[in-house]
Design a protein around this ligand. Structure first.
Ligand SMILES: Cc1cc2nc3c(=O)[nH]c(=O)nc-3n(C[C@H](O)[C@H](O)[C@H](O)COP(=O)(O)OP(=O)(O)OC[C@H]3O[C@@H](n4cnc5c(N)ncnc54)[C@H](O)[C@@H]3O)c2cc1C
Length: 563
């Protein structure tokens, strides 16, 4: 099956990787690395991708999950970036990933009648205009205070002067990353997770990087992978990977932590997303199925890159900021989940030549045979990938075609309307509710049928994984056979988002997940127990902030609405 990352065949993939030589070895399996592997493989190159942990285990599963131009950047007058990002947004919504990237309306409440409406309104006119004439999302609209409260009764009515409604798009970031990696595999890329670059190989004269030493953390074995170019897409680990090769790159990566809270949909009465100003930036209320994602924060981080954690103070900050605009305050009791991610921000080093392709991302070739890219946004990953592959192949002995990813729908995008139209029939044929088929289509697009095939083979897989949640047991099996999941954490944190969506962070589902995975991967009782225990520890550490003592009283008192 092209594009299936079958965890049962991982050893084959490792063997093919080690056999080399490759044109490109991509280090890092976040959205940037997955996009780079796809860009290069679809230009006909031999590509390998290694990821230390799991696909999207770094920042790419911990974002605000918006595919957006970014109103904030407009205010900073970064028109080029906003325009590029809006073009990308529209390309994903219409052609590349309509099953994954979906338009979402946001309501922007206004409190200063005279100055705010013309200011925000003018910004949104520019935002809309930058998108061009063929628009897949509606234009922004002005609302009166009454109109705003009709759409969002949750807003505090005092001093509300009106609102604007505008559109952006949202995505399940981890699923999108996985789908890009699978699409890369469908074009021939070898994708291996739980494999880290531990050093960079050099030519005899030391002038060129010729590959990387790779450690397989599943087996403990190390091997060399030879490649024409190693491409570093390691997000906040970028400086560390450069250090592995003793390389001084033209920029450094700074880490900034962003935290989000997850609350039930019923806690905030609104039919659109909300965006509210804070002292430093903005706060998003993003609809997420039966829940809201609320965030984010922006603080320096110097701790563990792999597991950034939220603190009690982060939780309280978000609650207080949210309660500036909400009539019924959110309390810690409303919070189901919390997650933290690290923004890889680039800081150019003055004394080394750097190719600054846009204000947001930086591509560098510090040594022949080594290229790297960092910064940017999830939304612009396709452009980052194109730019770093261009740089990586610039000294290639044979001509390499230009990027074609703007014409390449991701797996699951082709044939989407027909699969949507067939939902009722698929439900009948597989004896599952129509809602279950619609749920699968919203996550796998036209590949939903592959998940349903597993139900045909084993009816028990058509049952819900956990009562009250839409996920089917078949999705766990599919995560192993098609999505490269090797551990319970891979399933509950990223293939299925119970880590952030359920009050127990998915711990109740872990034994069932271990049983389904174990039956495919040959796990005995001891291994299953170990996986369940490991997941419970991981989940407890992720949610620690919700247990830590509140810096504010349990029922955070509303603070005044912005003046
Ligand atoms: C709080 C927050 C909110 C955000 N919201 C948005 C948003 O709404 N929209 C938007 O467009 N962008 C958003 N972003 C930005 C976006 O999430 C990031 O730009 C993007 O996810 C970075 O992806 P990446 O692949 O570069 O890094 P990562 O996803 O971190 O991937 C790097 C990978 O490299 C791996 N790695 C490291 N060292 C090695 C090694 N030696 N060998 C092998 N693998 C290695 C790591 O394990 C990791 O998985 C947000 C970011 C944050 C933090």
């Amino acid at each position: 099956m092209p594009g299936a990352l079958d965890a049962r065949n991982r050893n084959d993939a490792v063997r093919r990787l080690a056999a080399g030589p490759l044109d490109l070895l991509v280090v890092g399996g976040g959205i940037t690395g997955a996009g780079t592997a796809l860009d290069a493989a679809s230009r006909g190159l031999r590509v390998g991708l290694i990821e230390s942990r799991d696909l999207a285990a770094g920042t790419s599963s911990r974002s605000s999950k918006l595919i957006h131009g970014g109103l904030r950047y407009l205010e900073q007058r970064d028109f080029k970036l906003v325009k590029e990002a809006l073009r990308e947004r529209d390309l994903f919504v219409t052609r590349l990933a309509p099953h994954l990237v979906k338009p979402v309306p946001f309501l922007y409440p206004l409190y200063k009648k005279v100055v705010e409406r013309p200011y925000v309104g003018a910004g949104l006119v520019i935002y809309d205009a930058m998108e061009g004439t063929k628009r897949p999302v509606p234009h922004h609209r002005h609302l009166t205070a009454r109109g705003a409260l009709r759409r969002a009764p949750a807003l505090r009515p005092e001093r509300l002067a009106g609102a604007m409604v505008y559109y952006d798009a949202q995505v399940d970031d981890a699923r999108h990353t996985l789908t890009v990696a699978r699409t890369a595999a469908a074009h021939g890329a070898i994708v291996v997770t739980r494999a880290s670059a531990t050093s960079l190989l050099r030519s005899a004269d030391g002038a060129r990087v010729t590959g990387a030493r790779v450690r397989d953390s599943e087996t403990g074995r190390s091997f060399d992978v030879l490649a024409g170019c190693v491409v570093v897409c390691a997000g906040v680990w970028t400086d560390l990977v450069h250090q592995l090769g003793g390389v001084q790159a033209g920029y450094q990566v700074r880490m900034s932590k962003g935290v989000h809270l997850v609350v039930p949909r019923s806690a905030i009465d609104a039919e659109t997303g909300l965006i509210a100003r804070t002292d430093k930036s903005v706060l998003f209320f993003i609809p997420w199925g039966e829940r809201w994602i609320v965030g984010t924060t922006d603080t320096d981080w110097t701790g563990d890159r792999a597991e950034p954690t939220a603190t009690g103070a982060d939780v309280d900050y978000i609650l207080a900021a949210a309660n500036r605009v909400l009539a019924k305050p959110l309390t810690r009791g409303d919070v189901i989940g919390v997650y933290a991610g690290l923004r890889p921000l680039v800081a150019a080093a003055a004394d080394t030549p750097t190719t600054k392709l846009s204000r947001e991302h930086v591509v560098d070739v510090p040594l022949p045979g080594l290229a790297s890219v960092a910064g940017g946004k999830f939304t612009t990953y396709r452009l980052m990938a194109r730019d770093v592959v261009d740089a990586a192949v610039a000294d290639s002995p044979r001509p390499v075609p230009a990027s074609v990813t703007d014409q390449l729908p991701l797996l699951g995008a082709d044939g989407l309307p027909a699969v949507r139209a067939a939902a009722q029939r698929l439900a009948e044929d597989h004896a599952v509710p129509v809602a279950a088929v619609e749920h699968l289509i919203s996550r796998y697009g036209s590949l939903a049928g592959e998940v349903l095939e597993l139900v045909l083979a084993d009816k028990s897989l058509g049952r819900p994984l956990l009562d009250g949640y839409p996920y089917l047991r078949a999705e766990v099996a599919y995560a192993v056979t098609h999505e490269g999941a090797l551990h319970v954490e891979d399933v509950l944190a990223r293939r299925i988002r119970l880590l952030i969506e359920s009050p127990d962070a998915g711990v109740a589902a872990a034994p069932k997940v271990a049983t389904i995975m174990g039956s495919l991967l040959g796990w005995g009782r001891r291994r299953r127990a170990q996986e369940v225990r490991g997941y419970a520890e991981f989940a407890a550490a992720s949610c620690e902030a919700l247990q830590s003592p509140a810096d504010l009283p349990e029922s955070a008192a509303p603070v005044p609405v912005p003046a």
